[in-house]
Write a protein that binds this ligand. Structure first.
Ligand SMILES: [Fe+2]
Length: 315
């Protein structure tokens, strides 16, 4: 199915593992997920000789890692620094081709993230050295324009700090559904989380965007999550069950967070994921330019090819 056309979204499925009416299918999917979930980060690490020419074995290892937990860490040879062109080729080999065109995304689709001082982006938190709370990328997008795949490539790590915690949204879904299936129902409402108009970039008009926290990718039926732990500029649906569900999520994402992994990318390393939940620790840049944190980030409308549970007959 093409990603270029808006697609209708199935919000509250009746069947399949994410259907609340189908507890035996859910139980099977859940058991399978927990059985394969990695016990340590090393299981998720893949060495890649050249980002530009991802070979079939490297590709397979990345896909397998992502099927376990929706993300993989890759490590390139730092003796040969990668270019943005290499990163684009890497994404393409993984089926990541349709870039998310957000406000700050350049023509070529890959954003340079570093602490900005003078540009207008300096007031926008990813371009500062401040900590970022748990979120999925593009939480201010409509579900039709969901960010499904993300690559974060570290060119230069910070002198200090700047680590990320990563958490598979499917594990959050399990924790929420096990606590109370009615929370899932609340979080799948199409108007449960609203970003008011004009709330993110002063001076730039953006209409209000409402959407669910959990929804299903219409192409493959996989779970996708839209969430931010920010409390400013977020309006939650005002009913008791939503309040309880959101409070439960907040508590779930309070450290120590079960099933989350901490990553601190070194130069030449990166994360490729199906838009997993993540946060960022504050960081401190060094005085030299080569000690100032520099990351490249590419956001896509696509999931990583070969990671849909439907292909495994699990959906
Ligand atoms: Fe992010």
């Amino acid at each position: 199915m093409s990603r270029t056309q808006p697609q209708s979204i199935e919000c509250a499925p009746q069947s399949g593992p994410f259907g609340l009416g189908d507890s035996s299918v859910y139980a099977r999917w859940r058991a399978d997920k927990l059985r394969h979930y990695p016990r340590n980060l090393e299981q998720q690490r893949v060495s890649v000789a050249s980002l530009r020419r991802l070979n079939p074995s490297e590709r397979e290892q990345i896909v397998r890692a992502c099927r376990r937990t929706n993300f993989a860490l890759y490590q390139t040879d730092t003796g040969v620094p990668s270019s943005m062109e290499d990163l684009r080729a890497f994404g393409k080999r993984l089926g990541l081709v349709h870039f998310d065109r957000h406000l700050w995304a350049p023509e070529e689709g890959i954003v340079t993230l570093r602490r900005e001082v003078e540009s207008s982006r300096a007031r926008y938190i990813p371009y500062t050295d401040r900590a970022m709370k748990w979120h999925t990328d593009g939480y201010y997008n409509s579900t039709d324009n969901a960010v499904r795949g993300v690559v974060m490539h570290c060119v230069i790590p910070a002198a200090k700090g700047g680590g990320n915690w990563l958490l598979d949204p499917e594990m959050v879904y399990i924790a929420v559904r096990d606590a109370n299936p009615a929370y899932i129902e609340a979080l799948m409402q199409p108007d449960v989380m609203t970003i008011p108009e004009n709330s993110l970039e002063p001076g730039v008009y953006r209409p209000a965007v409402s959407g669910p926290v959990f929804s299903l990718d219409p192409a493959g039926g996989d779970l996708q999550m839209r969430y931010t732990a920010r409390t400013r500029s977020i309006v939650w649906k005002d009913d008791a069950i939503t309040r309880d569900a959101v409070a439960f999520l907040e508590q779930l994402l309070t450290a120590p967070v079960s099933f989350a992994f901490r990553v601190r990318l070194e130069a030449g390393e990166g994360i490729v994921c199906n838009n997993v939940l993540h946060n960022r620790e504050a960081f401190t840049d060094g005085a030299d330019a080569n000690r100032q944190r520099l990351l490249w980030r590419a956001r896509y409308r696509d999931r990583i090819a070969g990671t849909s549970a439907r292909q495994d007959g699990k959906l």
